[in-house]
Design a protein around this ligand. Structure first.
Ligand code: SAM
Ligand code: F3S
Length: 459
């Protein structure tokens, strides 16, 4: 029975990756086509996130809505995956009995079998931790445009005191080195030009090689860089503790590695970092960034921050503000602390009042926005190398690409046949969520063709 599947994804890029591989798998095994509209689907899946309280709450309100579709169209299957599924298991079906299947981050590959049972009215819950099995059972990746994610490791063994990931995604394990390279090569054959190597703690990567030795992330990057069609390499998320000499050397020597690094600091206070069990202090973070900036003076740095962690004083918070001011992060994902069940921090008294958390969060976000806006403004007039990744959404012949520091640039560029090309644009204007640019050159394409493309774009 063919049909369509709708997958709603919350949370990190690893979840995005899992959802897209799951869509490939369901297409191969059940002929299901992925659609964006739940009204057109007969299988409705939510890939959930439990990293923060708010993300978890959303799951149950979503499920209520999906159940309304189910009431109107009996026969529909509802499934829940991801970290909430991993944590709650059977409890999900107790709270929402209309859910037909529950799977965890490590059992994505078993969804076709779970779906067959669900369709035969046998609801199933399978949230086992089965290391590696998933990657051996996923089909060949299908590229969707010139940028792709490649998951190179799963889980996390850092056990930061606030974080639920080690409990929901399991201990860290790395995919074999050659499997990762084969996946990147396959994506490159399909037109991918930029890969982002993914892991919750990606710089702890230690991939087994055929000769029995292991390779670290820097070695993997150097091999990925040898795949000719791949022009850009990113990786995320790095832990500062594991960010060492080999990666700094990679930034010094590997041109395909973009000048952008996501390096979550979480707090600017040593006392808070110690209670978070991050394993580093502010001085160590600062020193690593300084060494990186020596080899890549133009590097753009983004981060994650938590405000209102138990015991965070006004002085601790001001230390975080001072660190933001000093680092001038290009982007920060900042969150108000919420206790996560089963984590050590959940045993601490959550003593920062909600209104103080909200006020601190607003201040952090305002300062970060100010810095990001200043960085955007400084880009005006500069020539930036971009990867053209799609026609601009509100197009009229505009194309859209991304700079090394991950900003979207829209520019008049004619037909979509430049998608997948690296180009240089002059940044002409800063818009609220993007930049405007003017096409200067396209790598591998003669100037006359670019002129034609520009003329074609003039309405
Ligand atoms: N692996 C990354 C690292 O090295 O820090 C982080 C992964 S975590 C899934 C994403 C972010 O969510 C964290 O960096 C942290 O800022 C935030 N986060 C995690 N647990 C949280 C909690 N209990 N409350 C608020 N924010 C939280
Ligand atoms: Fe979470 Fe810390 Fe790992 S934030 S994902 S336990 S590095």
């Amino acid at each position: 029975m063919a049909g369509a599947v709708y997958i709603k994804t919350y949370g990190c890029q690893m979840n995005e990756y899992d959802s897209s591989r799951l869509a490939d798998l369901l297409y191969e095994t059940h002929g299901l086509v992925r659609v964006d509209d739940p009204a057109r689907a007969d299988v409705l899946l939510v890939n959930s996130c439990s990293v923060r309280e708010k993300a978890q709450e959303k799951l149950f309100s979503d499920l209520g809505r999906l159940n309304e579709w189910k009431a109107a169209r009996p026969g529909i299957v509802i499934g829940v995956g991801g970290c909430v599924a991993s944590q709650e298991g059977e409890e999900i079906r107790r709270r929402a009995p209309y859910v037909d299947l529950v799977f965890g981050p490590q059992t994505v590959h078993r969804v076709p079998a779970l779906l067959a049972d669900a369709r035969a009215r046998r609801p199933r819950v399978d949230i086992a931790f089965v290391e590696m099995e998933k990657f051996d059972h996923l089909p060949e990746p299908r590229a969707e445009g010139p940028r792709a994610f490649v998951s190179i490791m799963e889980g996390c063994s850092k056990y930061c005191s606030f974080c639920v990931v080690p409990y929901t995604r399991g201990q860290e394990f790395s995919r074999p080195f050659d499997d990762v390279l084969a996946e990147v090569a396959r994506l490159a054959e399909q037109g991918v030009r930029e890969v982002t190597l993914l892991g919750q703690n990606v710089n702890a990567y230690r991939g087994l090689r055929r000769d029995g030795t292991t390779a670290d992330l820097a070695t993997l990057i150097s091999y990925v860089a040898e795949i000719e069609e791949i022009g850009r390499i990113r990786f995320t998320t790095s832990h500062p503790l594991e960010f060492g000499d080999s990666l700094i050397d990679a930034f010094a020597t590997e041109d395909k590695l973009v000048s952008h690094l996501h390096l979550p600091v979480q707090s600017g206070s040593d006392a808070v970092l110690a209670r978070m069990k991050r394993g580093y202090g502010v001085a160590e973070y600062r020193e690593k960034v300084a060494r990186l900036r020596l080899v890549r003076p133009d590097i753009s740095l983004s981060t994650d921050l938590i405000v209102g962690f138990p015991g965070e004083t006004e002085a601790d918070f001001e230390a975080t503000m001072a660190l933001i001011e000093e680092m001038r992060f290009d982007l920060s994902y900042s969150f108000a602390y919420s206790p996560r069940p089963g984590t050590p921090a959940a045993l601490l008294v959550d003593d920062v009042p909600p209104e103080v958390k909200a006020e601190r969060l607003a201040r952090v976000q305002a300062l970060n926005l100010e810095h990001a806006a200043a960085i955007s403004l400084r880009m005006v007039g500069r020539a930036e190398r971009i990867l053209i990744d799609r026609p601009a959404p509100r197009g009229r012949g505009d194309l859209s690409g991304r700079t090394e520091n991950n900003r979207v640039v829209n520019f008049p560029g004619g037909a979509g046949d430049l998608v997948g090309c690296f180009a240089t644009v002059e940044i002409t204007e800063v818009r609220p969520n993007s930049l405007r640019g003017r096409l200067l050159s396209v790598e591998g394409i003669a100037e006359s063709a670019i002129l034609k493309a520009r003329e074609a774009a003039i309405p």
